[in-house]
Design a protein around this ligand. Structure first.
Ligand code: SF4
Length: 699
């Protein structure tokens, strides 16, 4: 029996798993009891991992226009196409669109090549769709994109507020931890704030089914109420924060009392009062927020509105307290470490800061650096559509399905001069549109690290041979970098070498004032790297991790104080009309992941939700002439889909829910992305994926 200790490839919980291969070569997957994220638990997706390792439709060899070619020819062709476009149109005429599925080492090399050698910051990631609003809210409040909490805070809290989070389905192991915490501590209270009543509400003492998009009103109301009722931590606010007066004035203006909040949020005043009383009177409060906050045209403000409440009450940096962003993807956090977003630089350095750009350029010894932030995901594909960006390399993601206004994204890819896709699967909606296809390794074959929602860096280790000619993404990038003439700067022969460089950059000319520091790992041997225990960054000089941030009341702003943000609540941009009277919300189902390329091949996982559907209130279904199990046509000016009807009183009147997983490839006319307008938060660029307006009728 051979056992490999690795990390689940699905969500941002980052559970440790043990992959066992018996003497007959049969694999099984068990939870790693020693991993601090899951402590011996797994969800249905993690448990079924062994069923999804033999993908029947692997991309095994490089292809150019459908013809199999050698790696040398493929890498040279990508390099030549990119180089000729750069020579003619400049570096901003090319782009990478990468993924929170990449390992940190892959992400690091992609960013280094684009930002430091091609000289553009046109590299963005599908993490833009999942947590970029939280990133921006953290930066505004703390001066850095930092998640202050640790998973243990969920067990230590006396009140957990879950806002815009269906943790029961989307972060199931953390939900299990909360269920157990409540079982052993009956005094622990849970409040769930979500327009839908999801399974997560089963754990809640109070479910606030607020009107879609009104979260900032609720948290402004809470901020004002805390101040007026003596729950302000005056000493902490005076010593460790700034901007409270302005934020309080804005809160008082928009949400002056419980009655106004209740009216604007369409909640019962007694429920709002109960929530405010619970928050105010409970010492240890964790507020978990996720896509319901982030995927909004005012997602950054919503994040800051809830962070303001933790700052005012001093509930941050202490056990069982703090605002806690749950990330969607397995390595959304790792991508942030290496500057995975178009408006970031490696090692949490700032692309808009000339000193930071200079520091990274000197470390990389690169010939040119991106001089400014690049295009964010939605803008990037629009720039492809208009012809400004002429070549794109998509890595490990499926934007033809997952981006908003996906029909326009497809048009953009069809018009693009050069579409390169590296993926492990032969057919996805995006792979099918590529001129050059590059076969990538996937989970079980790849080697590297990922970072989960509480800053824990964990190893992913291979236990399967590489199939066909597939390579890890960093190897593909390295070979293209060599073909572009940068071989001296991309000498890597292993993920271990890249990780050491990444660690060294984090401590390069770092006087201890920077937040991301894993410098203690820059000299790791290959054996130490393979045996790296899960550890929360930043590290001290001895390599010891940090469980909780801001315990000393010091933040990473210029003043060292946390910044209150004045929030003027804004409602979603799409407004119901006579033609489009329903609000469409999108999200995940329990047993599937992204666009189904992995979970879709497991019959066990597909049994829970085997086909796309729309969930709606039974009275709305009746009024629209729809029946349970019938097929509905949902449409707006952007497109139309056809899905099965499920009725549920958990859905508000006038609201619909459609899962985001299915594309036309899995079920004809089911890709909900085509109904989502390309409306984004003006600061984060995150799309408003939870509020499109549509009409629904029988098909
Ligand atoms: Fe994997 Fe997330 Fe499930 Fe853990 S909770 S087993 S990381 S899908």
């Amino acid at each position: 029996m051979h056992v490999t200790k690795t990390t689940c490839p699905y969500c941002g919980v980052g559970c440790g798993v043990l992959v066992q291969q018996d003497d007959n070569g049969i694999f099984s997957v068990k939870p790693d009891k020693e991993h601090p994220a899951n402590l011996g638990r797994l969800c249905s997706k993690g448990t079924a991992l062994a069923e999804t390792i033999d993908h029947p439709d692997r991309l095994l060899y490089p292809e150019i226009n459908g013809q199999q070619v050698s790696w040398d020819e493929a890498a040279q062709t990508v390099a030549n196409r990119f180089r000729s476009i750069i020579e003619e149109h400049g570096p901003d005429a090319v782009a990478f669109y990468v993924s929170g599925q990449l390992l940190t080492e892959d992400y690091y090399v992609a960013n280094k090549l684009m930002k430091g050698f091609i000289g553009s910051a046109n590299i963005d990631t599908n993490s833009r769709l999942c947590m970029s609003s939280a990133v921006a809210a953290h930066k505004r409040a703390f001066g850095e994109d930092l998640v202050p909490c640790s998973y243990e805070d969920l067990e230590q809290a006396e009140l957990i507020v879950l806002v815009g989070s269906n943790a029961a389905w989307c972060h199931p192991v953390l939900y299990q931890r909360m269920v157990k915490a409540k079982k052993y501590n009956p005094l622990l209270k849970v409040v769930n704030i979500d327009p839908r009543r999801t399974q997560t509400a089963d754990l809640a003492d109070l479910h606030l089914g607020l009107a879609p998009g009104t979260d900032a009103v609720l948290f402004n109301g809470l901020l004002n109420w805390l101040a007026e009722n003596g729950y302000s931590a005056d000493g902490f606010v005076a010593q460790s924060t700034q901007g409270a007066a302005n934020a309080l004035a804005a809160a008082k203006q928009s949400a002056p009392d419980i009655q106004t909040v209740a009216k604007l949020c369409n909640l019962a005043a007694e429920d709002v009062n109960r929530f405010f009383q619970l928050f105010g009177s409970t010492k240890k409060v964790v507020t978990v927020f996720s896509q319901g906050i982030n995927q909004s045209s005012s997602g950054v403000d919503k994040g800051n509105a809830l962070i303001n409440c933790h700052l005012l009450s001093g509930r941050i940096g202490k056990p069982g307290m703090g605002p806690f962003s749950f990330t969607g993807q397995p390595n959304a956090m790792g991508g942030r470490e290496v500057g995975g977003l178009a408006n970031q630089l490696a090692a949490h350095l700032d692309i808009d800061n000339p000193q930071h750009r200079d520091l990274v350029q000197r470390f990389w010894q690169s010939p040119r650096m991106a001089a400014q932030a690049g295009l964010k995901a939605v803008d990037l594909f629009e720039a492809i559509h208009t012809g400004k960006v002429k070549a794109v390399w998509v890595m490990a993601t499926n934007p033809a399905v997952s981006l908003p206004d996906s029909s326009r994204v497809r048009e953009a890819l069809e018009k693009c001069e050069c579409v390169v896709v590296s993926d492990c699967v032969r057919h996805t909606d995006t792979v099918d549109m590529a001129h050059i296809r590059l076969p990538a390794l996937t989970w079980g074959e790849r080697n590297g690290t990922v970072t989960n929602s509480d800053r824990t860096i964990s190893r992913q280790l291979p236990f399967l041979p590489a199939p066909g000619a597939a390579r890890q993404d960093w190897e593909i990038l390295r070979d293209v970098a060599h073909a572009m003439g940068f071989s001296t700067y991309f000498p890597y022969q292993s993920a271990h070498e890249i990780f050491r460089e990444h660690a060294a950059l984090s401590t390069f000319e770092n006087s201890g004032s920077r937040c991301f520091d894993i410098g203690a790992w820059q000299q790791l041997s290959a054996a130490e790297y393979d045996a790296l225990p899960p550890t929360q960054w930043p590290l001290d000089a001895d390599g010891k991790g940090t469980q909780r941030l801001f315990a000393d009341g010091r933040f990473f702003t210029a003043s060292g104080k946390a910044q209150f943000i004045s929030v003027e609540p804004r409602l979603p941009q799409s407004v119901r009309s006579a033609g489009y009277p329903f609000v469409l919300n999108t999200g995940r189902v329990r047993d599937h992941w992204h666009t189904l390329t992995r979970t879709g091949i497991s019959p066990r996982l597909s049994a829970h939700s085997s086909e796309p559907y729309v969930e709606m209130h039974p009275c709305d279904a009746r009024d629209q002439g729809l029946q349970e199990g019938g097929i509905a046509r949902i449409h707006n000016a952007l497109g139309e889909i056809r899905v099965r009807v499920k009725t549920s009183r958990n859905q508000q009147r006038g609201s619909l829910f459609v899962p985001m997983h299915w594309s036309d490839q899995f079920s004809a006319s089911a890709g909900v992305g085509q109904l989502i307008p390309a409306v984004t938060d003006p600061i984060s660029g995150q799309p408003e994926a939870k509020h499109a307006t549509v009409a629904i009728a029988p098909f």
